[in-house]
Design a protein around this ligand. Structure first.
Ligand code: ADP
Ligand code: MG
Length: 454
């Protein structure tokens, strides 16, 4: 065992994993993070392997196949040395060992799994001008579900507290009425459940589970883009719940009407109740959020360090907290005092451009926008949705990076330059004819070129 590894075994695996998660949060897609990484817990650190507990073997396989490299990179960054990771399914763990996860352990939730995390409560949510309307509406829904505010739709940028408010509604409700049937899911989770239900022939159970709910909290519905089957199921689930007086709350990174290719009837359902937005917080709110988080972690956060972090990270509360967590990891791993200089160092990895703006990033952003993977986008498949996404990526590679037709073709699954030329012509026309599509192009361009952190 190297000296590095020996030094590490003295640190808490949960703390190390938490720091790695904060790092990963900014590097993998939001849906991917919430679905696959949020439900993980560090269990132990043996030699140079971090053992991470995951809900079941499906998760273990998925994480190994899709996230192993990212996870190793994150661990190497926060630990300062190479570490391996082993994903251990919880079903295989339970009964043998009772994991002690300290404050991150989930309390047993009455009757069935709600997927709620207790740390997302109204009490821990800092209210400022940017989020006061969303906060007030969420509270009102939590106290009086199924009344005039159903459905409620919360939208806003990445890391501004949508998931926090959504889960706070659920936690509040469960505390107020024990046994309330509350269920939180990211749209991507519902998608996976649906696929599994189709494969295992358990569609009825799938439907019944949703129809029995008192409150459905559906996170990140922009993920529904391009998934017609999923839209269909959600449409029916929503109608059923609405008719039975249940409360539904949706979140998204944009308002219902701006989610492209969403079926019109679903758009009108999503926006038929109360629609509220969350804006990026001002500096006072950002400092208050940091202070609260520091208090939760029981650390003394000097005011100058707090101000320094809050003034540098403006548009994403998650990045704000991420730099604090990372700072704590560094101070405790290396026994440094908490100073502005150290804060600066901790933020570097988070705030500096994470990656150069290249074709790969365009592929990723376009894929995320259309709710697919970059691999699918470059594949041979020719569905309408894939073709549009692919052409969009080609178009942006041309307009943003000014790549040659040949280069663009190579980045998009080795396509011929005439194919690229044809795509560019076609999109020029589409852009002129279809205003909604022109908006999508503009939004994507802004997102890709607009830097990171927001
Ligand atoms: P979103 O779902 O909008 O991307 P999250 O709800 O996941 O964002 O928030 C990101 C992180 O920032 C979470 O840890 C959350 O608790 C925290 N956060 C966001 N807004 C606030 C706030 N107003 N007060 C306290 N914490 C916040
Ligand atoms: Mg979220």
């Amino acid at each position: 065992m190297s000296a590095d590894h020996r030094a590490l075994t003295a640190t808490e695996p949960s703390q190390l994993w938490q720091a790695a998660l904060e790092f990963l949060r900014l590097r993998v897609s939001r849906e991917g993070f919430e679905t696959w990484l949020t439900p993980t817990r560090a269990r132990a650190l043996h030699e140079d392997t971090v053992e991470v507990e995951v809900p079941n073997s499906f998760f273990a396989d998925w994480l190994s196949q899709h996230y192993a490299a990212d996870v190793r990179a994150a661990l190497a960054t926060v630990a300062g040395t190479d570490l391996k990771v082993a994903f251990r399914p919880r079903d295989a763990v339970q009964g043998r060992i009772r994991p002690a996860f300290g404050s991150t352990a989930r309390p047993p939730t009455g009757g069935g799994q709600t997927r709620l995390q207790p740390r997302y409560s109204f009490e821990t949510f800092v209210v400022g001008d940017s989020n006061s309307l969303a906060h007030a509406a969420a509270r009102s829904v939590a106290e009086n579900p199924g009344s005039s505010y159903s459905p409620m739709f919360i939208y806003g940028g990445v890391g501004l507290g949508k998931t926090h408010l959504l889960q706070a509604i659920g936690n509040h409700r469960l505390a107020a009425r024990n046994g309330a049937k509350v269920y939180y899911a990211a749209a991507e989770t519902v998608f996976i459940e649906l696929i599994q239900a189709i494969e295992r022939n358990t569609r009825i159970e799938f439907k019944n589970k949703y129809r029995a709910l008192d409150i459905l909290l559906l996170d990140d519905v922009h993920y529904l883009v391009g998934k017609e089957r999923l839209q269909e199921e959600i449409f029916h689930i929503f109608n059923h719940l609405h008719d039975s007086g249940a409360q539904v709350v949706f979140t998204s990174d944009r308002p219902p009407r701006d989610i492209p290719t969403l079926e019109e009837r679903l758009v009108s359902r999503l926006g038929s109740g109360l629609v509220v937005d969350i804006q990026p917080p001002d500096i006072e709110t950002r400092m208050a959020i940091l202070r609260r988080r520091a208090a939760v972690e029981r650390i003394d956060l000097p005011e100058d360090v707090c101000y320094h972090i809050a003034s540098r990270i403006k548009t994403n509360v998650r990045a704000l907290e991420g730099s604090l967590v990372r700072l704590l990891a560094i101070t405790s791993l290396q026994a440094h005092p908490l100073t502005v200089e150290l804060a600066e160092a901790a933020m570097d990895g988070l705030v500096a451009p994470e990656r150069p703006l290249d074709a790969g990033r365009i592929l990723e952003q376009v894929a995320t926008h259309y709710g697919m993977t970059a691999t699918a986008l470059c594949s041979e498949k020719r569905t309408k949705q894939l073709a549009l996404a692919r052409q969009t990526a080609m178009y942006l590679m041309r307009s943003i990076l000014n790549l040659s037709l040949k280069e663009i073709g190579q980045h998009c699954g080795n396509r011929d330059h005439t194919t690229v030329m044809h795509a560019l012509d076609k999109l020029d026309q589409l852009k002129a004819l279809d205003r909604a599509y022109a908006d999508v192009l503009r939004a994507l361009t802004a997102k890709i070129t607009g830097g990171n952190g927001g």
